[in-house]
Design a protein around this ligand. Structure first.
Ligand code: F6R
Length: 242
């Protein structure tokens, strides 16, 4: 895994944006895998800024998000559909028909998971999967103990993850218990992976990902298997690396 350590979060975000922008510039019809969460917000701000000021166009790009909460329709204020529209899609020139997230309100989430895998394959696979990392080492919503061979499926969220997500909901009880997430094998199938981690709270998970044993206890450690994975870190997130 290539590890890039930048002085601060702003520099790490700019470096991650450089990697995305280079791909989109070189291959306007590329397929991006996207993530949600707090870490991604400044990255989407930066890419949105480059769209406006540098003319970076996403008009022909297709996107596939990692995950969506089960039970939330796309127009729910806390759905990842809404997050993506507000944080990114509404601020760039992307064709909404080329953006994809699993449907959290599907009648049959298992069938939706299989259909999502098929949609990724139909698009020719993902060129660059953008990832964040949970404090427990999760990627997407592949919580610790997730099979390294997993595909898109239903996952039960740990209480730790629900507590971390609680800030977006009125109460802990309203915080969803399940999500549809791309699997670890789905993520590893992407032609390249770019993981962005900032802040001291991620230091332990980052150390497990980069230097820990390859283990389902730290799902992000599966990226050690990927031939083209890059971790972009700020100093705080890199602090536990030896
Ligand atoms: C969500 C996702 C998650 C987040 C992770 C970090 O689509 O992929 O794995 O990246 O939970 O979230 P933040 O950035 O909020 O700490």
């Amino acid at each position: 895994m290539k590890v890039l350590i930048l002085d601060n979060a702003e520099a790490a975000v700019r470096r991650a944006a450089d990697i995305v922008a280079r791909l989109v510039g070189d291959r306007p019809r590329c397929v991006l895998g996207l993530a949600t969460g707090g870490t991604m917000l400044p990255l989407y701000d930066e890419l949105g800024r480059r769209h406006v000021s540098d003319g970076l166009s996403f008009a022909q790009v297709a996107t596939f998000n990692l995950d969506e909460y089960i039970g939330l329709p796309p127009d729910h204020a806390c759905s990842y559909h809404t997050y993506m529209r507000e944080a990114f899609f509404d601020r760039i020139d992307i064709d909404p028909a080329r953006t994809h997230l699993p449907r959290g309100d599907a009648d049959d989430p298992q069938a939706e998971s299989l259909a999502y895998e098929a949609r990724i394959a139909d698009a020719g696979g993902i060129d660059l999967q953008v990832l964040g990392i949970g404090q427990n080492g999760h990627i997407g919503f592949n919580e610790p103990t997730s099979s390294l061979g997993s595909r898109t499926r239903i996952k039960t969220l740990t209480d730790d993850t629900r507590r971390a997500n609680r800030r977006f909901f009125d109460t802990f009880d309203q915080t969803p218990r399940h999500a549809i997430t791309m699997g670890i094998a789905t993520i590893l199938q992407s032609r390249a992976c770019l993981l962005l981690a900032t802040g001291a709270a991620k230091a332990e998970a980052v150390a497990g990902m980069v230097e820990g044993p390859l283990s389902a206890a730290c799902p992000a450690s599966a990226l050690q298997l990927h031939a083209d994975a890059t971790a972009v870190l700020d100093r705080d997130a890199a602090a536990a690396l030896t």
